[in-house]
Design a protein around this ligand. Structure first.
Ligand code: PEP
Ligand code: MN
Length: 339
């Protein structure tokens, strides 16, 4: 961290600032220039609140040299983290498809989708039981019953399951869930993140609609610093001025997150595009970009889906996509590029 101190600062004030930093186990190196004085802060400055430093009259600006994500950042952890979800690996060259309906709707529906995605090559079954819907009048999910049906279908097909949690009050119900999803709407629900971190379970953390990658990593930092080692990041599209798609898929998030962090990155082209016809091309693009996994919504009968009907793939379309993703991954690997 470098602190730019105003030229008008008195020596006494400068020493007071240095003493404040020394009290936090940091060293300071002062360099006096004609226009400004620079204070180099040496040591682990991740806990120093730059905003608080700006409250000092003599401070002009504060520049962080190293990022504050200590646990999620690649600088202290150069190798890729491999997250293991009930035997399924993600990251460090391991790739997996997570597939299933937006919402669990009935025993028949979840079982039929589970069997179909398993046969097609999916490694994890997804299904929403508690649905965070924009309207309170829309289907809210089968809740406790939905979770039980998802677990039943997962067991029947020998697939680990992934479901979104919306409240820490449901943690007991989620004990048997293999991969806990934190949705875009809750990415910065820090109290929820802290509670989930305490369980130590693998977590899929989705990027908020308008969150920067650094904010996503700081949210992941809450999980990791709270005891959760197994975090999967998920790019699911961000809000932009474009209205043709539900969101705008930020595919550059994949290489950028891989550069900044050691955690696996999954892409969800279903919520990113909101339209089934756009899902396969963007899934292939994500695979080419080096994603460690894909999350795809699949429904046995999309026209009758109770949520996100327009973006659900049929099981047949999903099966074809799995084969195409494999071909793209093989081509990218041959090319020697990450992926
Ligand atoms: C979901 O996965 O069903 C979901 C609601 O996703 P997101 O949080 O990305 O909108
Ligand atoms: Mn959905």
């Amino acid at each position: 961290m470098i602190i730019v101190v105003k030229k008008s600062a008195a020596e006494e004030q400068l020493q007071e600032l240095c003493a404040y930093l020394h009290a936090q186990d940091l060293r300071t190196e002062i360099s006096r220039g004609d226009a400004v004085t620079l204070v180099g802060v040496v040591g682990d400055s991740s806990c120093v609140d730059a905003d608080r430093l700006l409250a000092w009259d003599i401070v002009e600006t504060v520049k962080r040299i190293s990022e504050p994500f200590q646990k999620t950042g690649r600088h202290k952890h150069p190798g890729d983290t491999v997250v293991e979800i009930a035997g399924v690996k993600l990251g460090g060259g391991h790739f997996a498809m997570i597939a299933g309906p937006c919402s669990v709707e009935s025993r028949e529906q979840i079982l039929s989708v589970a069997q179909a995605v398993k046969a097609a090559g999916a490694k994890i079954l997804r299904g929403g039981a508690y649905k965070p819907r924009s309207s309170p009048y829309d289907f809210q999910g089968l809740q406790e019953e939905g979770l039980a049906l998802l677990l039943e279908a997962g067991k029947a097909c020998a697939l680990p399951v992934c479901a979104e949690i919306v409240s820490a009050a449901h943690l007991k119900e989620f004990e048997a869930v293999d991969l806990i999803q934190i949705g875009a709407r809750n990415m910065q629900n820090f109290e929820l993140l802290k509670e989930i971190a305490r369980t130590g379970k693998p977590v899929l953390l989705k990027r908020g609609f308008s969150a920067t990658l650094k904010e996503l990593l700081m949210a992941a930092e809450y999980l990791m610093s709270g005891g959760c080692e197994q975090v999967v990041l998920c790019e699911r599209g961000i809000r932009s001025f474009e209205t043709q798609t539900r969101n705008t898929l930020d595919l550059s998030a994949v290489p950028a997150l891989h550069e900044l962090s050691h955690l696996p990155v999954v892409v969800d082209p279903s919520h990113a595009t909101g339209a089934a016809r756009y899902v396969p091309p963007m899934a292939l693009a994500a695979a080419a970009a080096g994603a460690d996994g894909l999350m795809i919504e699949v429904h046995n009968n999309p026209r009758f889906a109770l949520s996100d009907a327009s973006q659900a793939l049929t099981p047949e379309r999903f099966a074809r996509l799995v084969c195409a993703v494999e071909r793209v991954r093989a081509a990218a690997a041959e090319d020697g590029e990450r992926g």
